[in-house]
Write a protein that binds this ligand. Structure first.
Ligand SMILES: Nc1ncnc2c1ncn2[C@@H]1O[C@H](COP(=O)(O)OP(=O)(O)OP(=O)(O)O)[C@@H](O)[C@H]1O
Ligand SMILES: [Mg+2]
Length: 230
């Protein structure tokens, strides 16, 4: 895979859910292009479909219509084994909660994507040390996630998401559980990773202070995705 210039593209993405007897259309025929060189915010009121869109974009859920392309590959059509391999290498994911494995140490959590990809353990540890320095948690490497603050745990989750040098880092409300100061350090960290390693950022957020830091802001409303800033 090329290191740079990758594209994530949605073509005609729709998603609907049935709630009781009602059918709600959450995403209505959305076309969009995300370039690795840029940073994007996905905003919109609660219930507008941000998580639904992010999950489809990241290959975690399948849309009821349309395709998500990574360059020329329709990822929603990949068989499960190929999809996991692709996701592990090409897309890093961060959620509102860190979802770390409690029984494993910080460094063991971070090297998981490398171990899954079959990489050499020493190489994995070297990469983990680099990431631990980057997220400012080298001194916590042998602790368990439960011994870290929420913001520190989110930094571990980011280091894990970056482990395989993905083309895109996709985050659903990564600062949602954090205070303003801690949230700002997380966004600073993500932007500096973009600068240093070149992964495209696609971040959903309620928070104006997050959206303002991105190159482009998109708003989800009534099933459509609108560009807010040129
Ligand atoms: N699995 C599901 N089954 C039924 N309805 C769903 C499902 N997932 C999401 N929805 C509905 O889709 C709509 C969009 O939900 P989504 O979680 O994408 O919104 P959101 O913009 O992420 O909201 P928030 O800002 O609160 O996180 C909501 O009306 C929600 O109830
Ligand atoms: Mg959400």
């Amino acid at each position: 895979m090329e290191k740079n210039g990758n594209r994530l593209v949605t073509k005609g993405i729709s998603q609907k859910f049935t709630q009781g007897k009602e059918e709600i259309i959450v995403l209505n025929n959305i076309d969009s292009i995300f370039m690795q060189e840029k940073n994007y915010a996905i905003t919109g009121i609660s219930g507008s479909g941000k998580s639904t869109f992010i999950h489809i974009l990241a290959g975690l859920d399948k849309p009821c219509a349309g395709n998500v392309f990574f360059n020329n590959i329709a990822i929603n059509e990949l068989p499960a084994n190929k999809l996991s391999l692709f996701l592990n290498k090409s897309i890093g994911l961060v959620f509102q909660s860190p979802h770390l494995i409690r029984e494993l140490s910080v460094i063991e959590n971070i090297i998981l994507p490398g171990m899954i990809a079959g990489k050499d353990k020493n190489d994995c540890e070297k990469r983990a040390h680099e990431l631990l320095q980057k997220v400012g948690l080298f001194d916590k490497k042998d602790q368990k996630p439960g011994e870290l603050s929420g913001g520190q745990q989110q930094r571990v989750a980011i280091a894990r998401a970056l482990f395989n040098e993905p083309a895109f880092l996709i985050a659903d409300e990564p600062t949602g559980n954090l205070d303003l100061a801690t949230g700002t350090t997380i966004i600073d960290l993500l932007l500096s990773c973009h600068q240093e390693w070149g992964m495209g950022l696609i971040i959903s957020s309620h928070d104006a202070y997050v959206a303002e830091r991105m190159d482009e802001i998109y708003v989800l409303s009534e099933g459509k995705l609108h560009r807010e800033r040129l």
